[in-house]
Every structure is written in C-alpha cells, then in structure tokens.
Design a protein around this ligand. Structure first.
Ligand code: ZN
Length: 344
C-alpha cells in the first residue's frame, strides 16, 4: 500500500510579503522531501480544487464569496493577521481539494494513508469567517466530505498544532460523528480550547481539549497521546483519522513556547499510525497547518512522511533544547482530562 502526497505549486502564490505564513514554508519542505528521496517513495499528486458544494458543508456561501471577491479585487486583509492575495482563492480551493483527494484515496483503499502539504492552513477558519491565517477549514471540509460522500461513519480529528483548532471545534461542536482531540498551548491565540469545552447536545463529550502550559516537551505530548487520546480513540472506534499537523509546538518556533523536537513529532505520528492500523485499517490523512521555523517544519514534514511510508525516520537534524523539567501543571491537565472524559 502506498502513501499519497498532495501538493500544488500554486500554493506558493498565496503570499503577503513579510508574513510568517509564507510560501517558503512549503518550498523548504518540498526541497527536503526531494533531498531525502521521499518523492520517489510516495505517490505525488496535484489535487483538483474543492467544489463549492464541498466547502458549503462547513462554510456559509457568504464567507466563500467574501474570499473570492477579495481575491478578485487583487487581495486585502480578512482580519488583522489573515491576508488574501489575488491567487489566494484558487490556492485555498486547492488546499481543501488536497484534503478531499487524500481522504478519497484512503477511504477507497487506493492508498493506505496520505499527507497534504498545503497552505493556506485551515483549522482556525470558522463557518462564516476567516481567522488566524486560515481561509477555508481544510480538515473540516475533508471530515464533512468523508461523512457525506466517503462512506465514513465516524471521523476522528487529531489536532497537534500548538494553537487550538477552534474552527474545527466550532463546526462539529454539536456532532458525535466527527470527534476532535486537540493539544495546544494555553493561554495562547485564539484563547479557546479549555478543558471544559467538551461539546453540546449530541456532541457532548466528543470535543476533547488539552490546554497545556507553556514549556511542555516530547514527554508530555507522548503521555497525552498514550493516556488520553489512545483510550478515547478505542472508545470512539473511528473509521478514519484526520490529523491537523501543525509543527509550531517545535522548540524553535517563533510564535509559541512549547519544546517539542522532530523526534517528538515522530513519536506522535507513530502512535497515530498504530491507532489507525488498530482501529481503521491504517486509514489516516495528515494535513499541514502551522509551523513557522522553516527548518523545523521541513524536517518534521520529512519525518512525518517517512513514518507514514513505513520508513525509518532520518533522525533529528535540529537536535534537542536544553533539558528542563516538564511544567507540573501539565500533570494536572492530563489528570483532569482523564477524569472529565471518564478514562479509568
Ligand atoms: Zn498554529
């Protein structure tokens, strides 16, 4: 079985000079994938754009039209930090399209798993609003497609970006068929993702948030996956795992204060692949979200693709930060999450 890699050079035309969410993020990652020979070992494909009906499962027509109109006008700002360039509407359709194409390939059994190397990212985008560098919510579009068109009964979204996946949570907050597990630094942008945000109505208990204090490293994240995510995933029994793979919890990231290493991301992705094999035939699609140190994003993308393709990861070219004890408050968050979600 193969691993799919979805990418389009048109993602590079989405650009605002000086902005941290830059085309160089993908150019550097693509270059490293080439350098390590990964592009020979995975099935590389250019995705088609998402159809309007695919976006409209999670976004209002007014929001879609606002992005399109601003791009057609030459571009501008949707909020203080979220830009649209002339080519951004097309790039955003292709990012959502990559999420769908990977999900389609995996659910139909043509590929075991897939990585969507995309931008703009998606997990902050709300039904009616762009937010936090995100125009359309790629992972939510894929999850909704999997339910409506892909034959999936239950989709698990795991979001290990350092920021809370507030858009994804908002879109599925009252649903039990798309469940969200998010680790994030707290407090930090966007300010949501508290432990007590667990869903409403039919979705009660299906949003699981781990708001971790600054300074957490590999050990805390691996415990979060082993002690909270794994038992919940076994309870939920998803038939697809989608991953909002942001790499801004890396210790070198300029926008946050966590201490993950590339080896730490390898450990997280290995656990996700093991859960996918145990629960859903290995079906897993990871999508790039944030990550703003170019070298860390590139090395983490390479390592993630190597794990997905069943190869031994390259080793951590960025090394580890000086050892410090994990913040004690992290223990409290993990214990509280286990109690809140009835994990014995
Ligand atoms: Zn982020």
């Amino acid at each position: 079985m193969t691993t799919g890699l979805y990418y389009s050079p048109r993602y590079l035309a989405h650009e605002a000079p000086g902005h941290p969410e830059s085309p160089a993020r993908l150019e550097t990652a693509w270059g490293q994938l080439q350098r390590y020979g990964l592009l020979q070992d995975v099935a590389v494909a250019e995705p088609p754009p998402a159809a309007l009906e695919d976006l409209e499962r999670v976004h209002t027509p007014a929001h879609i039209w606002a992005v399109r109109a601003l791009a057609a006008d030459g571009g501008g700002w949707m909020d203080g930090d979220t830009f649209v360039a002339a080519a951004s509407y097309e790039a955003a359709l292709l990012a959502a399209g990559a999420a769908i194409a990977g999900t389609d390939a995996v659910l139909s059994g043509r590929q075991e798993n897939a990585f969507a190397l995309v931008r703009p990212p998606g997990h902050h985008a709300l039904p009616d609003r762009a937010m936090g560098f995100c125009l359309f919510n790629n992972v939510a579009v894929a999850a909704a497609w999997a339910r409506a068109r892909g034959g999936a009964e239950r989709v698990l979204v795991v979001d290990f970006d350092v920021h809370h996946g507030n858009g994804t949570q908002d879109i599925f907050y009252d649903r039990a068929d798309v469940v969200l597990f998010s680790t994030h630094q707290f407090p930090l942008y966007p300010g949501t993702g508290r432990l007590g945000e667990t869903g409403v109505g039919a979705g009660e208990g299906y949003s699981v948030n781990l708001p971790l204090p600054p300074g957490c490293g590999d050990a805390v994240y691996l415990r979060a996956f082993d002690e909270v995510l794994a038992p919940l995933a076994r309870r939920w029994r998803p038939d697809l795992i989608l991953v909002s793979a942001g790499y801004d919890a890396h210790f070198s990231d300029p926008l946050a204060n966590m201490r993950l290493t590339v080896d730490g991301y390898v450990g997280l992705v290995e656990r996700l692949c093991a859960l996918a094999r145990e629960l859903c035939g290995g079906r897993l699609v990871a999508l790039l979200e944030g990550g703003y140190n170019l070298g860390a994003v590139a090395a983490s993308v390479v390592a993630t693709c190597q794990v997905l393709a069943g190869q031994a990861p390259i080793g951590d070219p960025l090394g580890t930060p000086p050892a410090v004890p994990a913040p004690r408050a992290a223990d409290d968050v993990l214990a509280a999450a286990r109690e809140l979600h009835h994990i014995s």
